[in-house]
Design a protein around this ligand. Structure first.
Ligand code: ZN
Length: 498
């Protein structure tokens, strides 16, 4: 076969894989948003079957041989060479797994998600514990098939953030703790800021009206993006120009749905803005979970919690809720949405204490995979860690161990990327501020200019480069956690007049 013929075969294969992937993504979006619960077992069995068909396609020995061949072909261009290398690695990682076990795992993921929904609604960890145990055992077995010298948990960490492992994350979290713990202590002793007005009754219908204007400001255009509601907000894609995000409204919290929306729109833009020449290919995904979270956390925190952002939106919010917020000034509102205090829920945590929530999950995951922590009584372990790191008492499992969806879906090793991505974002913002007057753009309704900067410098490349390479291209520097710590220290010193 000529190179051209080989590439044609490879592209036909990509097309088939992307068709299965698109169907599977739609099934998951449907399951997590609108699908009636009673149909779960019928649906789960069939979607697991489709996962198995995609698995067969991705690990087809003829294709794996073709990928190996193309990898060594000098006539293949640089973009395709990069993509082929990634496909080949993915095939190597999966082809050692027996297909039946893979399909059984996918079915278990779907069942485990339903068990988590039920357990969370009843605030009862014991209903989810058997599934969590099975998820961990399955993941240990599946990862165990891979030929690797690394520990199972290191392999998982590397899957979400290539190049990362426990040693590097330990150093990362140690650096965070060193400067954040004393700062948290100082803030705790400082004069406290008012925030009681954020948790009055805010009718959801009115929140939705405010949201319409927010989505417009974000240029989250209905021609390519759609927002729904789900128990745990998420973003998913079916193709380049079809992105689905969700949010969750809380009647007694006016800021939760706003910040979760801004966060998810950050994920949405990332993949929407990838160069269309990569469409359907592995390069049309984000670089890593950390890079993805850097884009969502950048919007959520560095923009969505800023004074400039709210100087535009707050008068609008006041119009929707005159009774609740009419007497509250912009300055008071800005302070309230940035109040730092130990709390129960990760997704609602302030920027200062947020990394502690992630650290707790990271330590538990490490323990679960090295055998020092068991799923039995894990809710008590969780509660003890929340007491130790954040000083809070967890009243029930719903706001404790059952708050996050990730483990129900077999995602172990994902959590640390939230803290890492938040730190990446600080470095990106520093670079962006050299080129743009970010505050003026936010205050004057020019969000699109900010998104265009992110598109041009980060999004467009998709998975073309590795995270450290991209960081260097965008900022001219290696990743450095101190940019995040400097930002946090400066923000909270000013806010609490330390
Ligand atoms: Zn996210």
């Amino acid at each position: 076969m000529t190179t051209e013929e080989k590439l044609k075969k490879y592209q036909d294969w990509i097309f088939k894989c992307s068709a299965y992937q698109m169907a599977l993504n739609i099934i998951v979006i449907d399951k997590q948003t609108v699908a009636p619960a009673a149909g779960a077992s019928y649906r789960d069995e069939r979607s697991a079957y489709l996962e198995g068909e995609l698995f067969s396609l991705e690990t087809d020995p003829e294709i794996v041989a073709l990928l190996k061949d193309l990898q060594e072909d000098p006539e293949v261009d640089a973009d395709n060479r990069r993509a082929i290398g990634l496909y080949y690695k993915k095939a190597q990682d999966t082809l050692c797994i027996p297909k039946a076990e893979f399909v059984a795992f996918k079915k278990l993921c779907a069942e485990s998600f339903d068990a988590w929904i039920l357990a969370k609604s009843k605030a009862d960890y014991s209903l989810f514990a058997p599934y969590l145990e099975k998820m961990i055992e399955s993941q240990k077995r599946l990862y165990g098939y891979r030929k690797s010298d690394k520990s199972i948990y290191d392999r998982m960490l590397d899957d979400f953030e290539p190049g990362m492992n426990q040693e590097k994350y330990d150093a990362f979290f140690a650096a965070l703790k060193e400067r954040l713990v004393p700062l948290i202590q100082k803030v705790t002793k400082a004069k406290q800021l008012r925030e009681d007005f954020l948790t009055q009754n805010f009718p959801v219908e009115e929140q939705k009206k405010f949201m319409e204007g927010l989505l417009e400001y974000l240029h989250f255009d209905p021609s390519w993006g759609y927002q729904n509601e789900s128990e745990h907000p998420f973003t998913s894609w079916t193709c380049e120009n079809d992105c689905r995000t969700t949010t969750k409204y809380l009647e007694n919290n006016v800021i939760s749905a706003v910040l979760s929306t801004v966060h998810e729109v950050g994920h949405a833009y990332y993949e929407h803005n990838i160069n269309p020449k990569y469409d359907g290919m592995i390069l049309s995904e984000g670089v890593s979970s950390g890079m993805h979270e850097s884009q969502s956390r950048l919007l959520e925190n560095y923009l969505g919690r800023s004074m400039a952002f709210w100087s535009y939106h707050y008068p609008r919010l006041q119009k929707h809720f005159p009774k609740q917020l009419g007497e509250v000034s912009l300055e008071e509102f800005y302070q309230a949405i940035n109040v730092a205090k130990p709390s129960l829920i990760r997704t609602e945590a302030d920027e200062l204490t947020y990394p502690m929530h992630v650290l707790i999950r990271y330590e538990i995951e490490k323990g679960l995979f090295n055998g020092s922590i068991s799923t039995e009584g894990l809710n008590r372990t969780w509660n003890a860690k929340y007491k130790e790191y954040l000083g809070v008492d967890v009243p029930n499992d719903q706001v404790g161990i059952l708050q996050d969806v990730h483990w129900s879906d077999g995602l172990f090793g994902y959590f640390p990327t939230y803290a890492l991505g938040t730190a990446y974002a600080a470095q990106y913002v520093k670079s962006m501020r050299k080129d743009l007057d970010v505050d003026a753009l936010l205050a004057e309704n020019h969000f699109d200019t900010i998104m265009n900067w992110l598109k041009e410098h980060i999004h467009t490349y998709g998975f073309r480069y590795e995270a450290p390479e991209l960081m260097k291209m965008v900022t001219g520097e290696e990743f450095n956690v101190n940019d995040f710590l400097d930002y946090i220290e400066e923000k909270y010193t000013e806010l609490y007049q330390l």
